[in-house]
Design a protein around this ligand. Sequence first.
Ligand SMILES: C[S@@+](CC[C@H](N)C(=O)[O-])C[C@H]1O[C@@H](n2cnc3c(N)ncnc32)[C@H](O)[C@@H]1O
Length: 228
Amino acid sequence: MTQLINIIDRFIDFFYDFYCGIETRKNIELNQLNISSPDKINGRPYQGTRLRVFKKIMGKFSPFLPLENSIFLDVGCGKGRVLFMAKSWGFEQIWGIDFSPQLICDCKKNLGQFAKKQKNLNKRNRQKIKPILASASQFSSWNQVDIVYMYNPFDGNVLKKVMQSWEQQLATNKELYVIYVNPLRSYLFDLHPGAELLSSVRSWNSNNEALLYRFRSSSKFMIESSLE
Ligand SMILES: C[S@@+](CC[C@H](N)C(=O)[O-])C[C@H]1O[C@@H](n2cnc3c(N)ncnc32)[C@H](O)[C@@H]1O
């Protein structure tokens, strides 16, 4: 059954790329890429979120999210599939960061192709989708972001640094919604006094799930490094 679902998913993703004129399906190992960030050893390879999975996640989590007038950020956006899929959900801006110059270049090429195919994507709308070259641990605009999407981009060492940046950068009353897909380091959220689990979704494949957290800055931030 799982194999059949995988085949169907691959077909759907093939047609999505074809329809949008993009290439986001081919997985890439990080050792095939020139990445100068020291976080490279903690990162996970490029693999796009499946279309059906994204639809399922957004279908379940969208009632909790501030969709309009908000900035959505895919952390580790790779070739940008999530940025294009997110366009249907009415966000004011859609940003993606990745630490690989080649993946950001591929993402920009895809954006050009996507804009050509989508007749309603005028220049202004196209500028709402922004691929940015940055390591998540060095990103300095978290306070502008409302919704963070992470498809398990890195290990706990980098996630801890990222959560510390949130702690330092987010204004006191700011709320950050975090969609964490394949959440292998969810214990870091469970340990954080400012993180609240709002919802979860599972089922497209028994090994996979996605969690939705609301994160608020908390002066009590403390993560036991010994747990990693
Ligand atoms: C599993 S892929 C997810 C791709 C995309 N988010 C999606 O769901 O279609 C993980 C991505 O995270 C990127 N990545 C890993 N560590 C990173 C870091 N510290 N900062 C920024 N990007 C990172 C990798 O280059 C890769 O493109």
